[in-house]
Write a protein that binds this ligand. Structure first.
Ligand code: ADP
Ligand code: ADP
Length: 220
């Protein structure tokens, strides 16, 4: 299965608890929003799901196994994290080609995803000169590269122009309609109302709600 399962997940930095016994599941075929204010623990949670950070306690699995142990790697889970921090020296196309090579993804996918995210014209330009919106598009291209059934995006809307925001909404809706698991974080409820079906809401590292956007919005 392609379900993300987070169970009693906890992360402490010194005596600060960034993520506190967090449990939720994310199912395929819909867009699930991960909502909470800045500092709530969203990025830390995504990093633990992706195996980039180890939990202090609890577990996170994708399709029943910790992501690090998944043999399909980027062909199983694609993720956009911290788009602003991609390295500047390479061209968009070289960056994606390196990712394709290290994940046994056919080289032809690079041009396909560049086209899909609207960066075909910028393919040979250095990433260092990209705007944040373009870096977000490049990160989304990286996430799509392996055509994975599970996709995770950390604050993908930040720095995007209005046209980009509309494009990204349509993209996420389409990916979910194709039956994929789409999980995206944001600190903006308005963004979630326009994009997500389901919500996981956190505050200070703790679960506040896990329900449909409609039910959460109706709480008033
Ligand atoms: P969000 O993504 O919701 O903005 P984060 O997961 O980035 O939240 O951060 C959650 C909390 O954990 C914040 O208080 C942040 O300062 C703290 N934190 C995150 N990473 C570290 C780290 N490497 N060392 C110490 N504290 C951290
Ligand atoms: P490093 O720790 O040197 O960044 P990684 O292997 O973690 O090396 O990542 C190498 C590149 O692959 C980075 O640009 C990173 O953003 C990207 N990357 C890693 N995991 C994913 C993923 N699941 N989806 C998309 N890009 C990823």
């Amino acid at each position: 299965g392609d379900v993300i399962e987070v169970s009693e997940l906890t992360k402490r930095y010194g005596n600060k608890t960034a993520v506190d016994r967090l449990s939720f599941t994310v199912r395929p075929g819909r867009v699930t929003g991960f909502l909470g204010p800045n500092g709530a623990g969203k990025s830390t949670t995504l990093r633990m799901i992706l195996g980039l950070d180890s939990p202090t306690a609890g577990s996170a699995t994708v399709g029943g196994v910790p992501f690090r142990q998944h043999p399909r790697g980027l062909r199983h889970v694609g993720a956009l994290l911290d788009a602003g921090h991609v390295h500047g020296g390479l061209s968009a196309s070289a960056h994606l080609s390196a990712l394709a090579r290290s994940n046994a993804i056919p080289r032809c996918r690079v041009d396909e995803v560049l086209q899909e995210v609207g960066l075909a014209e910028a393919a040979s330009r250095r990433i260092g000169g990209f705007s944040l919106g373009m870096k977000q598009r490049l990160g989304i291209a990286a996430a799509l590269l392996g055509d994975p059934p599970v996709l995770m995006f950390d604050e993908p809307i930040n720095g995007m122009d209005p046209e980009g925001v509309l494009w990204v909404r349509r993209l996420f809706r389409r990916l979910a309609a194709e039956g994929r698991t789409v999980f995206l974080s944001s600190h903006l409820m308005s963004e979630m109302e326009n994009t997500a079906d389901q919500l996981v809401v956190i505050g200070r590292g703790r679960l506040i709600a896990a329900e449909s956007v409609r039910d959460f919005a109706a709480r008033g």
